[in-house]
Design a protein around this ligand. Structure first.
Ligand SMILES: C[S@@+](CC[C@H](N)C(=O)[O-])C[C@H]1O[C@@H](n2cnc3c(N)ncnc32)[C@H](O)[C@@H]1O
Length: 282
């Protein structure tokens, strides 16, 4: 289980330290999400579990007259998002970031988003139906919901390959990868997503399977870069916290061999299988 406490604590801090590499790893998916989000105009947008803010920043820049709010549990990630916003060439406009639980967050009066967007930020809710009911309540009539999430682990070799390199005691088992507990794979099952969204009042639900190449290493030393990334984000990072120094060195050596094998045209990457989900508030 990866939940509220993880994101408010160490996991959120790791993502904050690694925002450049996480944005890079999701780049192909980001393009697709933004293409769908920007397919129709919007006045007010909410980025749910927006982390270090890339989607909200992009929306604000591409539709500068819109009001854009990012909500994320992690103080560290929200601070990074605000710093990035402050660096925008045209200033921050009406872009803001709240460090809060999106499932109970109440916007300022007058904010009723007609676009609700999330890149992998909706799989960690203890009560997903209550969460999506809350988003439905906040949304304007006609609002569009667009989000991505992982399909089953077996469809994401970038995850299963690294998981298989871990010592037996640290391999993420069913409890961590099950398609119903809060965590990266909580929204893996098509039917479950449909039931959750329908129960929460959303209509016109569509789901597309989208495979993308998740980049974990690039730059002058892509292999070392990938090892640094694996060591702070994902299954190897979680496992390392429980290993002694010699086990950790052994794991790093295995990750190096794996990253070298995955190196192609200056990048270390692995395939990830996502859903791109869309729905409407009728
Ligand atoms: C996998 S990360 C994705 C972050 C960001 N969307 C991105 O693509 O870089 C999941 C994010 O969801 C946030 N999150 C999880 N549960 C949340 C909740 N109940 N309310 C707000 N944010 C939440 C976490 O803090 C984390 O930043």
């Amino acid at each position: 289980v990866i939940d509220v406490h993880d994101w408010q604590g160490k996991t959120g801090d790791s993502w904050a330290a690694e925002w450049r590499r996480t944005d890079r790893s999701f780049a192909v998916l980001t393009t697709e999400l933004l293409r769908r989000a920007l397919a129709a105009p919007f006045r007010q947008a909410l980025d749910i579990g927006g982390g270090a803010g890339e989607l909200a920043l992009e929306l604000a820049q591409r539709q500068p007259q819109a009001e854009v709010v990012g909500v994320d549990l992690s103080e560290s990630l929200s601070r990074i998002a605000r710093e990035r916003a402050a660096e925008l060439p045209q200033g921050q406009g009406s872009l803001s970031f709240a460090a809060a639980d999106a499932t109970s967050w109440q916007p300022a009066a007058g904010f009723a988003p007609d676009l609700l967007l999330s890149r992998h930020g909706v799989m960690f809710f203890a009560d997903p139906v209550a969460a999506f009911t809350h988003f439905h309540d906040l949304a304007a009539v006609g609002a569009r919901l667009v989000f991505s999430c992982f399909r089953l682990p077996a469809e994401s070799p970038f995850f299963t390959d690294v998981n298989a390199l871990l010592p037996q005691s640290a391999i993420a088992g069913d409890a961590d990868t099950a398609a119903y507990v809060p965590g990266p794979f909580a929204f893996a099952e098509e039917e479950r997503i449909t039931v959750i969204l329908q129960s929460a009042g959303w209509t016109n639900i569509s789901m597309e399977a989208f495979d993308f190449s998740m980049v974990s290493g690039a730059g002058p030393d892509p292999v070392e870069d990938a090892i640094g990334y694996y060591s702070t984000i994902g299954p190897a990072a979680r496992a390392m916290a429980g290993l002694d120094s010699s086990q950790r060195a052994e794991l790093r050596a295995r990750l190096r061999v794996y990253a070298q094998a995955k190196l192609q045209e200056g990048q270390v990457s692995g395939r990830a299988g996502a859903w791109i989900v869309q729905a409407i508030k009728a």
